[in-house]
Design a protein around this ligand. Structure first.
Ligand code: AHR
Length: 531
């Protein structure tokens, strides 16, 4: 059945259909006088794992490489992460983290070790971990980019002592512990002051096959003697997708009720939610798809909003003041059984304009829930799943998803603003039957006297005129840019790296409104100066 535009309006914030005020255009109202929570820059974080072509080649090319590098780290990767002000990098996994022993990756003796992902490698491809890229190399990358490091500890095959020693190795002040002297001997005298620590990863699965109450006990042990040279931000391994049993089971075991209220058993600041838009492309290629496969991917991606709401509500049953925030430290589109860019680069899908649209829809959702989310980390930044970059030896290219990070830069650190959108909903037939998505996605923020509005037209067939009205204040001027391409399957390749890129877009001020014409499948960033 063909996709069709309904004659109803979809109100994204209220998730309900409204009568459409003006049949021809989508209408957006931005409530400038009602600023919400700040949009922490941490919503735009990253994740890199020792998996396929992510670290070796994607990030690390080696000091002796002819590929431009800084101390062995690919320079183009550093430069582009700086360009999008990458606020945080999560490392070393993922599933890899729960078999990683940090001592293998420091100093001159780097043993070759088994890599968890060997099991998924094509037959005959060796995935032995050389440990060339270790703690110092990762923290150097963070320093070069200006990003906060987020280290994931090994709860599966590691011990609380090993975890605590890693913290001390990174953070103990110079001249105190022997571990601090060892760090200095390995080239970094000053403490790194790493704040973000993950206590395991996917502990319900590859991270140890724990039951929620077992993991709650393990978590409490791992943080019981956590060295606090630097005030830590501790992140527990939360659920996959809609597994509310994991959330409730953990919090039930982790909190205790006293006459004074509910108490946590141990310090904890973030609860990690993982959600992948798993999609099996019927044709086996994420970049070659018929229009019928466009909306199902976007709709699956948008399910993250309900997961955020559901887990938040479940957490609130045990933590009514919501001291613990959500950390969505793995998200993105994961095409299953899909052709990969290179066989040994596991899960290295072709990223198209559809994935850029998915990225924008997700960021609009994250902004709507800026009060609940402390951080997100896209999985993974290069050569894997929802990549911003593809790298292969000397070749390096930005995918369409990268440009969404560039377009959304002005939202970082700005105050979120409520938006009310009236746009025709889009109905389609998905894998589970009839479904619908809003015909316009938007979010807004305020920084000084500038209102930033990001707008996405997810339609693969119809352009739309959008009228943006400020509920208070009037626009003095406006400028806009957008990411789009006439072909819905458009991607950037090594041969044609600028096929999908940011382009100018006209924005016209008319009274209290700003008008833009969005082509089909376009993402726009509008900046409105207040009078
Ligand atoms: O990102 C790839 C893998 O997906 C991670 O290692 C794991 O945490 C998740 O299952």
């Amino acid at each position: 059945m063909p996709n069709r535009i309904t004659r109803r309006a979809f109100n994204a914030s209220a998730a309900a259909f409204l009568p459409l005020a003006h049949a021809a255009d989508s209408q957006l109202e931005v409530r400038v006088a009602e600023p919400g929570p700040d949009i922490t820059p941490m919503l735009y974080g990253h994740f890199i794992e020792h998996l396929g072509g992510v670290i070796y080649d994607g990030v690390w090319v080696g000091r002796a490489s002819k590929i431009p590098n800084v101390d062995g780290i690919r320079k183009a990767f550093i430069d582009d992460l700086k360009r999008i002000k990458a606020p945080v990098l999560r490392w070393p996994g993922g599933c890899f983290a729960d078999s990683y022993h940090w001592r293998d990756g420091i100093g001159g003796r780097r043993p070759k070790t088994y890599n968890f992902w060997q099991r998924s490698m094509p037959k005959g491809v060796d995935a032995t971990e050389p440990n060339t890229f270790g703690t110092h190399e990762f923290l150097k990358l963070c320093e070069l980019v200006g990003a906060e490091p987020y280290l994931a500890g090994n709860v599966n095959s590691g011990t609380p002592q090993e975890f605590a020693d890693w913290v001390s190795y990174c953070n103990a002040p110079q001249g105190t512990l022997t571990l601090a002297a060892e760090r200095a001997a390995n080239g970094h005298t000053a403490p790194y002051n790493v704040r973000y620590w993950g206590v395991g990863n996917e502990s319900w699965g590859c991270g140890g096959n724990f039951k929620p109450e077992e993991y709650a006990a393990a978590y409490a042990r791992f943080v019981a003697q956590f060295p606090t040279y630097t005030a830590p931000y501790l992140i527990a391994a939360g659920p996959s997708s809609g597994d509310l049993n994991w959330t409730r089971g953990f919090f039930e075991a982790f909190t205790r009720k006293t006459p004074q209220g509910v108490r946590q058993r141990a310090p904890m600041h973030g609860w990690a939610l993982h959600y992948y838009t798993f999609y099996r492309p019927p044709g086996g290629r994420s970049d070659k798809f018929p229009p019928e496969q466009w909306y199902p991917v976007l709709a699956l991606g948008m399910r993250i909003e309900k997961l955020i709401q559901d887990h938040w509500a479940a957490m609130g049953e045990y933590d009514p003041q919501h001291r613990v925030k959500l950390v969505i430290d793995e998200w993105g589109v994961w095409y299953r059984d899909d052709a990969v860019v290179k066989p040994s680069y596991l899960f290295s899908h072709y990223i198209t304009l559809r994935d850029a649209v998915h990225t924008a829809l997700n960021f609009d959702i994250f902004h709507r829930h800026a009060d609940k989310i402390a951080m997100t980390n896209v999985a993974q930044t290069v050569n894997c799943i929802h990549s911003l970059f593809r790298a292969d030896g000397p070749k390096f290219v930005r995918t369409p998803a990268y440009y969404v990070y560039e377009l959304y830069l002005p939202h970082m650190g700005a105050r979120s603003l409520p938006v009310q959108s009236q746009a025709a909903g889009i109905s389609f037939t998905g894998q589970g039957g009839e479904a619908a998505i809003p015909g316009l996605s938007a979010s807004a923020s305020l920084h000084g006297r500038t209102v930033t509005v990001t707008l996405t037209n997810p339609s693969h067939s119809s352009p739309q005129q959008v009228s943006v009205r400020l509920a208070s204040g009037s626009p003095r001027g406006a400028r806009a840019k957008m990411l789009t391409h006439p072909d819905m399957q458009a991607a950037n390749t090594f041969e044609a790296p600028d096929e999908v890129r940011i382009q100018p877009l006209n924005a016209t001020v008319s009274g209290d409104r700003v008008l833009v014409s969005l082509p089909k499948h376009a993402i726009a960033a509008l900046q409105i100066e207040l009078a």
